[in-house]
Design a protein around this ligand. Structure first.
Ligand SMILES: [Zn+2]
Length: 161
C-alpha cells in the first residue's frame, strides 16, 4: 500500500538543520505515526511521503515555506523573570515555556538573560530554517473510521487515549 490521503504512515526520521541534528525518531523512542492529510506534520514532509511504501528510504530538504514558515520580525519581547518557572536556569538559545495572559503556555526561544528581565523570541524555533530529513517508511495502512473522525492516528507512535 502507498501513502495517500487518509492512510496512516509510520516512519523513522532524522532531522538536521545546517548539519546539526535537531530531532529524530531515535530521540523520541520509535517511529512517528501520522494520519496523512490532517495537518499532523509539516506540509513539505507530508508531500514528500505521498506515494511511498513500507521499506522506502529517502532524503528530502524542506524550505521554511513548507516547514515552519519564515521568521517574522517584531516577535521579540522583554519579559520579567518572574513569569518564568525556572529563571535561574535560562540561557541564550534555549527553548522554554512562557505563561501567557490566558493562562496557556507558549514555547519561546531565549535570546538574552538580564538581571531582572529576559529577552525572548516568539517565532517558532525552526521558523526561517531549511530542514533536512532522512526518512525510512516502516508501515502504511488504511486509517480506521475512528482515526478519520479524530483527525489523527492512534496506537504506538500516534495519539494514545
Ligand atoms: Zn483520537
Amino acid at each position: 500500500m502507498n501513502v495517500a490521503e487518509n492512510t496512516v504512515v509510520s516512519f523513522n526520521y532524522r532531522t538536521t538543520a545546517d548539519g546539526a541534528e535537531v530531532d529524530s525518531s531515535t530521540q523520541r523512542g520509535g517511529p512517528l505515526t501520522v494520519l496523512v492529510g490532517h495537518g499532523g506534520i509539516i506540509p513539505g514532509l507530508e508531500k514528500a511521503l505521498l506515494g511511498r511504501a513500507a521499506g522506502d528510504r529517502f532524503e528530502v530538504s524542506i524550505p521554511p515555506a513548507e516547514a515552519y514558515g519564515e521568521r517574522r520580525p517584531g516577535l521579540a519581547q522583554r519579559v520579567p523573570k518572574k513569569y518564568f518557572r525556572n529563571p535561574a536556569q535560562l540561557r541564550p538559545g534555549m527553548m522554554t515555556a512562557l505563561q501567557n495572559r490566558d493562562g496557556g503556555r507558549q514555547m519561546v526561544v531565549v535570546t538574552k538573560v538580564g538581571s531582572s528581565v529576559v529577552d525572548v523570541d516568539l517565532n517558532h524555533p525552526f521558523a526561517g530554517r531549511t530542514l533536512d530529513f532522512e526518512i525510512e517508511v516502516t508501515d502504511v495502512r488504511e486509517a480506521t473510521p475512528e482515526e478519520r473522525a479524530h483527525g489523527h492516528a492512534h496506537g504506538p507512535g500516534g495519539h494514545e487515549h
